[in-house]
Design a protein around this ligand. Structure first.
Ligand SMILES: *Cc1c(COP(=O)(O)O)cnc(C)c1O
Length: 370
């Protein structure tokens, strides 16, 4: 087959390594013939979605033949009330990853730079490279974002800065004062994307609410998602909150029906189910305490995390421990692609799942299978 055209793909695309998602439960079941598989690999909510969202999904099934509301009216109304921003500040996405990509498409070009931190969320380099823009990676401090170091790397070509607060896979976060100093230092011609995928989980008193800065910094875009604390990862709904002018640009590059009708209905219902959200957050706090205590017993260091996951230093190649855990039916996430070859990222599960992980980890570290 003559396939000379393959070399015509954009250089950035040719050099891309695809995002490595968590291994699906069914895949491991097929491979190992295991029934009981525990997946703590994708920061999913162990409680699942709430009863209101589930009911809304049922209702939406009657309308599957129709296109979704491309403007997402109901969800935007609900978000607007919830966040205290105008509906014209909102951009809905097929997951918040979609919004990150819209930002790249709207604002980056091969002549421009995107700035993000070492160990930051993998989607930032991906969307940057796919556009052919230059990635500038700023060194981390104590595994987390060093905003002073990042500010020092802003150039005249820096168009977009991505900050995950808290960051995945490290769980590290920046406080209000540090973030404000940074935003003050960023030129008005550079956009800052503040990725708050884990916002709902964070209880720290000095954790900044990105939305409260929007009126002061028109170059700020905050992204959030229904994938984590709301337990709707499978439906893919996220959103950006920004100035109306930025939202208008993002909505121009958005596919007209990027969020499907079932997802729109479920997310709208989930937003009003404060009970389920509170249960999800409380279960996470309990599970985090359980996991931290278990890891301490195993005398392994971990990075203090305010998300729904924990990065554990296993003191040897994480990939080997990951493989050994797979053989015991436990799926976690190796993170060498994030420059963390000795860490594993483990999502907080239900009590029994966390126990199962801790036992399996103790076994594989002891029996020399990794
Ligand atoms: C999970 C995650 C997202 C959200 O992904 P969705 O596309 O909304 O499912 C965004 N940013 C970070 C840092 C994440 O960990």
């Amino acid at each position: 087959m003559g396939a000379e055209f393959l070399s015509l793909a954009l250089p950035g695309v040719q050099a891309l390594s695809p995002y490595e998602p968590g291994k699906p439960i069914e895949e491991l079941q097929r491979e190992l013939g295991l029934d009981e598989v525990v997946k703590l690999a994708s920061n999913e909510s162990p409680l699942g979605c709430g009863p209101c969202a589930l009911k809304a999904v049922g209702g939406a099934l009657n309308e599957l033949a129709r296109y979704p509301d491309g403007g997402g009216f109901n969800l935007k109304q609900a978000l607007s009330r919830n966040l205290g921003v105008g509906t014209d500040c909102l951009t809905l996405g097929n997951g918040s990853n979609d919004v990150l990509e819209l930002v790249a498409r709207a604002f980056l070009s091969p002549q421009h730079e995107a700035l993000f931190s070492e160990h930051a969320f993998a989607v930032y380099p991906l969307v940057t490279q796919a556009i052919g823009a230059q990635a500038v990676v700023s060194p981390a401090r104590d595994w987390g974002h060093d905003l002073e170091a990042m500010a020092a790397r802003i150039s005249a070509r820096t168009r977009v800065i991505f900050i995950a607060n808290p960051n995945n896979p490290t769980g590290t976060w920046v406080d209000r004062e540090t973030l404000e100093a940074f935003l003050d230092a960023v030129p008005a011609t550079t956009l800052v994307v503040l990725d708050e995928a884990y916002f709902e989980y964070v209880a720290e008193a000095t954790y900044p609410d990105g939305v409260s800065y929007l009126s002061r910094y028109p170059n700020l875009i905050v992204t959030r998602t229904f994938s984590k604390a709301h337990g709707l990862a499978g439906l893919r709904v996220g959103y950006g909150i920004s100035s109306p002018e930025v939202a208008d640009l993002l909505n121009r590059v958005r596919q007209p029906f990027n969020v499907n009708s079932v997802a729109l209905a479920a997310a709208t219902a989930a937003l009003s189910d404060t009970g389920h959200l509170a249960r999800s957050v409380a279960a996470n706090a309990e599970g985090m305490a359980q996991l931290e205590a278990g890891i301490q017993t195993l005398e392994l260091p971990c990075i203090p995390s305010v998300g729904n996951f924990l990065a554990i230093d296993v003191g040897r190649p994480g990939r080997n421990v990951y493989q050994a855990l797979l053989r015991k039916g436990v799926i976690v996430r190796p993170v060498e692609a994030y420059g963390m070859p000795q860490h594993l990222r483990v999502s907080i599960g239900l009590k029994a799942e966390n126990d199962r992980f801790l036992e399996a980890l103790e076994d594989v570290l002891r029996d020399g299978s990794c």
